[in-house]
Structures are given as structure tokens and as C-alpha cells.
Design a protein around this ligand. Structure first.
Ligand code: HGY
Ligand code: MN
Ligand code: MN
Length: 422
């Protein structure tokens, strides 16, 4: 893809999509696992942002940052030259924002996030090729630290933009090396930007599906109906460090024992409720082969279609682990680290998506969190999903066919034509 209007295959073709995708696919890819190491504010993400800036400039767009690590590009009225944009000047209809995130989980797939950004840029290119600048402002966003893989809080950039997290709390978050978010950002985050949000009429995020619903429906794209409520909790178990060889089993206060029970309890209680719960991250102190641990920290990711089911799951796990800790002579704390309420995407916007794309396009919920889930509480928001034949995500096995990605680009172009050019 030339990046400038009028060049090469359009992004709505598999060849046009592939040409653009090949420009970013190698960035941050681990040769050993084939997965991606694109942590927030890391070198690979900075290179992807540089690719974004270069392409936007060649497309005649205007770049903007919000002071929270989020990057925006704008086209149409109030974009470019005069530095004004809908919402600030107040004299243009609200903007239509597309976009997603560049960051990944450790050894994650290449599509989770970047597909939404690349597809949006290709759709804007096609729109400009078709008929010049849109009648309303059209934007593409690259949100920072969506996975929370570095600083622990998911959708950190979009939560800062909307005021869903205090800038002081975000600034003090640290990564595993003790680097603060403020240091990684290069200064204190700006926090809420209501005037930026005020200029937006809608946000639509395209994302690779993280499941096989579209594969089973033999549909290349789908429309999101909503997001399950979900959250993250830190489970900390404290016992007594001791010698692995000389300490009798009856004399131990071993937090690893309580932790093992906790992992099994999480799995059982989720299965009993049709919920999804995971302990995928653990930190052991002192983490030595020949020492009974003093402390074990594990992180719980829990999600359910219904808020009450989720609350009951977490409460039951906490109660059962505390009972077990009493027997093990250990102590337990469960600390919420992030909460994401249930999301129903904007019914009117979903309806407009269905009219623009066809009533035969499936409408489906997701249990995956997204920046769209944060913005949905602040402006009309919807999502588009692209078929993932493996259904696997947060893994190198994540996949999407070029033809389906091109269908996603075409859907965004049709949406822009319907909403931003009418
Ligand atoms: O964790 C999630 O659901 C998303 O991929 N950040
Ligand atoms: Mn993800
Ligand atoms: Mn994602």
C-alpha cells in the first residue's frame, strides 16, 4: 500500500491488506516463539508508532497526542492545517474515531490490536481515494498499554483519556523492573481529556475475534454486541520461608500449598458457573529450589456474562482460599487491580453498522476486554470482529486470513462512507 491516496491495491483487497501488513509484521516478533514482545512504550511499539506517523503524514492527516501515551490521526474538517478539530472549535459535526492498540501480551499474536489500526488506516486511504476528505472529522487512534502487560492495568491509555483512572495512580504504576508509568511516558500523564471526547460522535474498534464463533458461522466479519464484565485481582499468600531439606512437613507454613489450592478452586468455581477464570501469572519469593517460599503472589483474571455471577465467583474463591490458609498456617489477601463493567454497545450505532454492512453479518458478544469497552461509557461505541480460524489469541497461534482482513477493511470503508460522508 502506498499510504498516499491513489497508490497500489486498495486495502479492501487481500493484496492491498497484505502489502501494508508486511510492513509491520516483523516488528517485535520473537524468532523463538513466533509470538510478539510489544510491551507498552517498548522499542517495538515505538517503531510501530513511527510507522503510524509516517503513514499518516503521507496520507495528509494530522497527528495529535493526548498527553497519556495515546496517538491520534485526523482527516476532514478541522483536521490538518488550522490545528482545529471538531469539539474544540465546536463548529463541525462530531468526529468518527476508529483504531485500537499496538501493544501485545508476552509472546502474543500479531493481530490483537494492530489489525484494528492498520485496517482503519487502509479504510481511510480508500475513503480519500474514493472521494477526498470526509464531510466530518475522521480519526484513527493508537491507544497505549491496552493489554496492561507492562504496568498491570489494562486499557491504561483509554482509561486515562476518559478519566476512568486517576493520573496520579497511573503515574505511580511500576513495571517488573520498577520503572514507573510516568518515567516510561516521559512525564506525568495528562489525565482526562473531556474536550477531546466531546468532539467525538462515535468510536468503532475493529479487532481480530478471540474465539471461533465466526469460524463456526462461516462469516468473515461480525459486529460486537457487548463485553462481559471482568476484572483482575492480586492474590497474595504469606507463609514462612524455611529449608526445603530440614523442615518437617508438619512444621511448614507453605504459601505454595495454599496457592496450589487456590488455582484449583478458581478453576472449579468458574466451571460450576459457566464463567472464565485464569491464574496465568505468579511471583514466588525467594523463588529458590531448596527453600520453602515466604510469599506467593498470583494474579486472578475472572470474567462472566453476568456481574452477579462474577462477584459470586470471586467471593467464593476468596472464602475457600482463606479457609485453606487457616489450615496451612498461611495468610491471604485478595486485592482488586482493575475492574471492567459489562458493556452493551450503542444500539443505534450497532443498527447503523448492520444497515451499512448487511443484516446477515452476525452480532456476537465477547469476553475479551478492549479500549472500546472503556470508551463505551463515554460515547456511542461499537466493535467489528474479523474471523480467526484458530480462535486462539494471546498466543502465536492467533490467525486471520488476508481475505477476511480485507473484508474488515472494506467494512470500515463502507462504515466511514455511511457515517462520515453522508
Ligand atoms: O485481556 C483482554 O481481554 C484483552 O485482550 N486485553
Ligand atoms: Mn489482547
Ligand atoms: Mn486487543
Amino acid at each position: 500500500m502506498s499510504g498516499a491516496p491513489g497508490g497500489g491495491d486498495t486495502g479492501g483487497t487481500a493484496a492491498g491488506f497484505r502489502a501494508a501488513w508486511d510492513e509491520i509484521a516483523p516488528v517485535g516478533r520473537d524468532p523463538g516463539s513466533g509470538g510478539y514482545l510489544r510491551y507498552g512504550f517498548s522499542e517495538p511499539v515505538r517503531r510501530l508508532e513511527e510507522w503510524f506517523r509516517d503513514r499518516v503524514q503521507r496520507m495528509g492527516g494530522r497527528l495529535e497526542t493526548d498527553g497519556n501515551g495515546n496517538l491520534f490521526a485526523w482527516w476532514g474538517p478541522d483536521a490538518g492545517g488550522n490545528g482545529q478539530r471538531a469539539g474544540r472549535s465546536g463548529d463541525a459535526a462530531g468526529g468518527l474515531l476508529l483504531g485500537s492498540h499496538f501493544d501485545s501480551v508476552p509472546h502474543g499474536g500479531g493481530y490483537d490490536g494492530p489489525l484494528g489500526i492498520v485496517s482503519a488506516l487502509l479504510a481511510v486511504t480508500d475513503l480519500l481515494d474514493r472521494g477526498g476528505p470526509p464531510r466530518r472529522p475522521v480519526g484513527v487512534a493508537a491507544f497505549a498499554e491496552e493489554e496492561g502487560a507492562r504496568f498491570g492495568v489494562p486499557c491504561l491509555g483509554s482509561r486515562l483519556l476518559t478519566g476512568d483512572i486517576a493520573p496520579e495512580r497511573a503515574a505511580a504504576l511500576t513495571d517488573p523492573d520498577g520503572v514507573t508509568f510516568e518515567a516510561a511516558l516521559g512525564g506525568p500523564p495528562a489525565g482526562a481529556r473531556p474536550e477531546l471526547l466531546a468532539g467525538l460522535a462515535a468510536f468503532v474498534e475493529l479487532h481480530v475475534e478471540q474465539g471461533r464463533a465466526l469460524a463456526e458461522l462461516a462469516a468473515p466479519i461480525g459486529i460486537g454486541s457487548g463485553i462481559w464484565p471482568h476484572g483482575r485481582w492480586r492474590l497474595e499468600l504469606t507463609g514462612e520461608a524455611n529449608h526445603a531439606g530440614t523442615t518437617r512437613m508438619a512444621d511448614r507454613r507453605d504459601p505454595m500449598l495454599t496457592f496450589a489450592f487456590a488455582v484449583l478452586a478458581v478453576n472449579k468455581e468458574a466451571r460450576l458457573r459457566g464463567a472464565h477464570a485464569t491464574v496465568g501469572r505468579v511471583r514466588v519469593e525467594p523463588n529458590a529450589t531448596n527453600a520453602v517460599p515466604s510469599r506467593v503472589a498470583g494474579w486472578l483474571d475472572a470474567r462472566a456474562a453476568d456481574r452477579h455471577v462474577l462477584d459470586a465467583l470471586v467471593e467464593t474463591v476468596h472464602r475457600k482460599v482463606a479457609e485453606r490458609a487457616d489450615r496451612d498456617g498461611t495468610t491471604v489477601t485478595l486485592t482488586p487491580e482493575s475492574a471492567s463493567p459489562a458493556v452493551d454497545f450503542d444500539a443505534d450505532l450497532v443498527g447503523r453498522l448492520r444497515r451499512a454492512l448487511g443484516d446477515d453479518v452476525p452480532v456476537l458478544p465477547t469476553a475479551a476486554g478492549h479500549d472500546a469497552g472503556i470508551l463505551a461509557a463515554h460515547l456511542p461505541t461499537a466493535m467489528l470482529f474479523v474471523r480467526n480460524p484458530t480462535g486462539v489469541s494471546h498466543s502465536p497461534a492467533e490467525s486471520a486470513a488476508d481475505a477476511d482482513c480485507a473484508a474488515g477493511v472494506q467494512a470500515l470503508t463502507d462504515l466511514l462512507t455511511a457515517l462520515a460522508c453522508d
